[in-house]
Design a protein around this ligand. Sequence first.
Ligand SMILES: *Cc1c(COP(=O)(O)O)cnc(C)c1O
Length: 376
Amino acid sequence: MNQIQLVDLHTQYLKIKEEIDTAVLNVIDSTAFINGPEVKSFAAELEAYLNVKHVIPCANGTDALQIALMAIGAKPGDEILTPSFTYIATAEVIALLQLKPIFVEVDTDTFTIDVEDAKSKITSKTKAIIPVHLYGQCANMDAIMELANKENIFVIEDTAQAIGSDYTNSSGEKAKAGCIGHIGTTSFFPSKNLGCYGDGGAMMTNDDELAAQLKMISNHGQRIKYHHDMIGCNSRLDSIQAAVLRIKLKHLDEYTEARNAAADFYSEAFKNIEEITTPYLAPYSSHGFHQYTIKLDNVDRDALQEYLNENDIPANIYYPVPVHLQKGYTEYGAKAGDMPKTESLTSKVLSLPMHTELTEDQLQYIVGHVIRFIKG
Ligand SMILES: *Cc1c(COP(=O)(O)O)cnc(C)c1O
């Protein structure tokens, strides 16, 4: 059995090595390193895959969120609703732009934003809501869009963990994650479900005006070279990364199937272990299983993590501290106890190895150790 990794990018690369090597060398040979044809082709192919009008590539998923907030015209003091149970990037860009993050609880089954709590935190200053499709499953977009339409606020979907996931609305219509709200953002960080071999990101929208803003902001606020209509930033996807992504996009559905097969194996093995709650599958979303995250009751979670690590099974906690309790975010005035559901989750969750290359031997070894620790 090969050593188990949290994410096995090397085995995945070996399966597409020839195609990748050729594509990367072609970019070098062309010297079209920035904004070359590979970037334009990738954007067009991702538009077709997602069935969305505009994909605007950028440098990373954090920039994508920042540019999205700039594109909707958010001004210092505006309030942005965001779950506290998320990766720091979501809240960080809000703070950086001198907007005010308003932390919202998550639903304990889905780990995504609690729309009732969001509703109770709307004020006249609320400018946008940023649902995060955490671990690969969509937030309840019907409820979010209904709230946003009623309150006239923007919806920016943080799709960094859920690219390719399908959302089905109450009328039975399907859309890809990130293509339902006003703007979707994603990351192509290597370990993401569609990852490149460095940094990368993108924004998605069906709105022509927002698309023009996103494009302009990510390119120094210029539409015409050296004419700067607004203050922007410099955020581009480079051509080598685009060439890698064009190849990996063709495999994305098959990668998602492999992740789902591993998730099914775990959930089947744990179904009678009462200390373990396996991931809840929402009726309105497919699951990309960016992470396979269990909740543990009456188990010393940290001791289990240590036991697994000692047995060469990398297991991780996403995320050990909610954003509202992070040291760097104390100025927003939250304190322990403000978000009981989120705070409880941070002590219960554990993510097991999840990637496209897990073998049955490895999965058996992992579940065997988890169950042995719990049942003795
Ligand atoms: C990874 C991630 C980001 C940031 O993406 P980068 O490309 O690393 O900047 C933002 N939000 C979430 C939920 C993420 O998982």
